[in-house]
Structure formats: C-alpha cells, structure tokens
Design a protein around this ligand. Structure first.
Ligand SMILES: [Zn+2]
Length: 286
C-alpha cells in the first residue's frame, strides 16, 4: 500500500510563495492546458532522438498531475493561472508540437518564449511543494517580491535550466542536493541545493549556491557523457513581457532519470521533509 502524500495541510495557513496568512488553494502541476502525451508520441520522440529507453519508462502512467493546497488565491489564480502559466503552457506546447513533427528533427531547435513569465511559473509550482514551506533561506523575501513584481533577476546565486524530457513520468521535487565528489574544491563549495520539475516534453531545474566555474550539464542518455542545458537565467534582466529566442538541444538526449539519478562522480540526494514527498512522488509514478 502506498503511503499518502502530504499534499494538503489546513485550509487556512501561510502561502508558500508570498507568505500571506489566509485561505489556501490547490496548485495543479502541470497546469491545465499543457499537452498530455500519448505513448505513441513519446515512442516516436524517443526513436527520433535515438534514446535507449525501456518499455516501462515509455508507458509510465501519465497521471493527472499533482495538487498541493499550499498557496493563496492571488498567487495561484491571478499570478500563475492569470499570467505566468500561460507562458509556460505556450512554451511546453510549442516544444511538443516541434518534437511531434514527422519531419526529421535538427540537433537544436529555437523557440520564442517569454522567459520572465516561464521562470516564475516554474518557480511557483515547485515552491508549492510541501505544506507550510514559505521559508526558502536568506532569499525568501527577495523571491517573494521577484515572483510578485514580474521584474528583475533571480538572486545571483540561483540559476534555472531546462532541457528536453521525452518521458511521461511527471516529477516535482523540492529540496534535493548535488555533490560533486571528484572536484578539488572544498566540500562546502561542491554541494548545491536544487529543485526540479519534469513533465513531457521539458525538464526544469533551479540550482542555488552553485560555485562559479562548477559547470552544470545534463547526464547524457548513455550515462557516459554530458550535454549542455539551456539556461533561462540568462534572460533574467529582460522586461516582464519580453520575448526571447531560446535554443534547446534535441540530440544528444539527456538521460530521462537525470537529475535524480546519480552520475559517476556525483551524489544526488533528497533532504528535508518535503524531499520525502518528492521521493514518494517519484516512486508512485514509476
Ligand atoms: Zn500567495
């Protein structure tokens, strides 16, 4: 018997995004309007990117997503639903349309997105993970204002990456950490926290306190090499409604279980109370 996820705290509480006390609402991930891939679509894409994925991975249940009753109506319905999610839906659906095309895929595709809105949508949905989790360390108030205003960059120590994710399993995880075992840097500089969210056809990951020069790349599908990620934080200083062209690598593909699967030389681990939920969430959907 699977354990019940801790998704619903009390009906009143502190919003995980803005910190306001009041009634809490259900945040849905992925937001309604994102494409729900069929097995055939995912298989075709896996063939197109020459990804060696097993049958079990391909047919993993495409659930209705996950809900957390942890954010206020203003953050949920006005900021996310009324604004930022629309950009995230357009982005994921544009990628889904390109990769579902019967034409041969190039190794890289370019897509026009509204990066400031996409970044806030991704942040909002991962911030909603876990009951009573408004506190996010020293940048809590800065992140609240960054989300609410729609303007300006993330804290300098935060980065947001995305990559092609040709899989039906949905992952939503807050409070994980990566440790670079082989680096010569002091131990405290080799570990950084991360949040990630994956649903067809994209994966997103925030990293915090990544040491400059510690270049983060995605684990290749053959688990032997590394693939460049698309960094959305590069667009963090644009005005709120700006449109920018992002380049997304299609081939070589990134391992469908990255980043939760440890690569050689790295340890990836969950920590804290909501990470247990994240682990369960991963386990439940596999
Ligand atoms: Zn709020």
């Amino acid at each position: 018997m699977s354990r019940r996820l801790l998704q619903f705290g009390s009906k009143f509480g502190t919003c995980n995004i803005c910190g306001t006390d009041g009634p809490l609402t259900n945040d849905h991930t992925p937001p309604k309007g994102c494409v729900r891939p069929t097995v055939v679509q995912v298989k075709a894409l896996i063939d197109a990117v020459a990804l060696d994925a097993n049958e079990k991975t391909v047919v993993a249940r495409s659930s209705n997503g996950v809900k957390y009753r942890t954010i206020c109506s203003d953050c949920n319905n006005r900021k996310l639903g009324g604004n930022y999610d629309k950009a995230l839906i357009r982005f994921t659906n544009a990628v889904a349309e390109i990769v579902s095309s019967p034409l041969a895929l190039p190794s890289t595709v370019s897509i026009e997105i509204e990066p400031q809105k996409v970044m806030r949508a991704v942040f909002g949905h991962i911030a909603a993970v876990g009951v009573n989790r408004y506190q996010k360390g020293p940048h809590t108030e800065y992140l609240r204002d960054w989300f609410s205003s729609g303007m300006g960059p993330l804290p300098g120590t935060w980065k947001l990456f995305c990559w092609l994710y040709p899989n039906r399993t949905q992952i939503l995880a807050r409070d994980w950490a990566a440790l670079d075992i082989d680096s010569d840097l002091p131990r405290e500089q080799r570990i950084f926290p991360m949040w990630f969210m994956k649903f067809f056809p994209l994966g997103f990951m925030f990293t915090m306190n990544q040491t400059p020069g510690l270049c983060l790349r995605g684990l290749a599908a053959n688990a032997k090499g590394w693939v460049n990620l698309t960094e959305l934080t590069d667009f963090g200083s644009l005005p709120p409604n700006s449109v920018a062209t992002v380049n997304l690598s299609i081939r070589p593909a990134i391992h469908v279980e990255w980043p939760q699967k440890a690569a050689e030389g790295w340890i990836i681990a969950a920590h804290g109370s909501s990470s247990i939920q994240a682990s369960e969430w991963v386990a439940l959907l596999k």
